[in-house]
Ligand binder design. Structure first.
Ligand SMILES: Cc1cc2nc3c(=O)[nH]c(=O)nc-3n(C[C@H](O)[C@H](O)[C@H](O)COP(=O)(O)O)c2cc1C
Length: 182
């Protein structure tokens, strides 16, 4: 299945970070596969895909994550909780000091792709870093060579988000030739 331009546009413009989800809703496996394929197809210039996802389905584990996640409702309420990780063995090893930076860059890009794909199927989502990374790493038995980047949770909202915050004007974002202070 391809995402039409119209659906992609709508997914990107209208998706919001959702806090409250319909916990009883189940995302069909075919939709999960579609979302994963979309991220898999993202071209980030690497020969081998570094993306690793730990899909947390165990309810007790979700509760434990919530305990180390500042009691945020998404941790137990979202249909899907995916821990987005990067396998650093797949990244260029020539500059180890920047390995974590690289991993976070890739993790963010894949997460965006996952959320856009989810939105194109009508799902709500939220990127999340509101949890104790070391505690979650232990809970999911993260191997040493993986970097945990963030969660992507998705499902169906059961509460509308607050109105969007104000945005910068395009003039405040776009500079020409030099980024001098105005
Ligand atoms: C890297 C990152 C981490 C985030 N972590 C959380 C989180 O832990 N909990 C949460 O409720 N929202 C989290 N958010 C969502 C932001 O709160 C949300 O994107 C912001 O409020 C803007 O809302 P909007 O995307 O609906 O416009 C995170 C967003 C980003 C980009």
């Amino acid at each position: 299945m391809m995402i039409s331009n119209e659906r992609l546009h709508k997914a990107m413009r209208e998706r919001r970070a959702i806090k409250h989800f319909e916990a009883s809703f189940e995302v069909p496996a075919s939709d999960r596969d579609y979302i994963l394929h979309f991220a898999q197809d993202l071209d980030l210039g690497l020969a081998t895909l570094p993306l690793r996802i730990c899909r947390v389905t165990d309810k007790a584990l979700r509760e434990q994550i919530r305990e180390v996640g500042y009691n945020q409702p998404q941790h137990t309420g979202a249909s899907e909780l995916w821990v987005v990780c990067i396998d650093t063995d797949v990244l260029a090893q020539d500059n180890n000091t920047h390995l974590r930076d690289q991993a976070m860059f890739y993790g963010a890009a894949y997460s965006q792709a996952l959320m856009v794909a989810a939105a194109s199927l009508g799902y709500d989502s939220c990127p999340m870093i509101g949890f104790k990374f070391a505690a979650v790493s232990e809970l999911i038995s993260l191997p040493d060579n993986y970097v945990l980047c963030n969660f992507v949770v998705f499902g169906k909202r059961n509460k509308a988000p607050l109105p969007r915050g104000s945005k910068l004007s395009l003039n405040d974002i776009l500079f020409t030739n030099e980024l001098a202070q105005r």
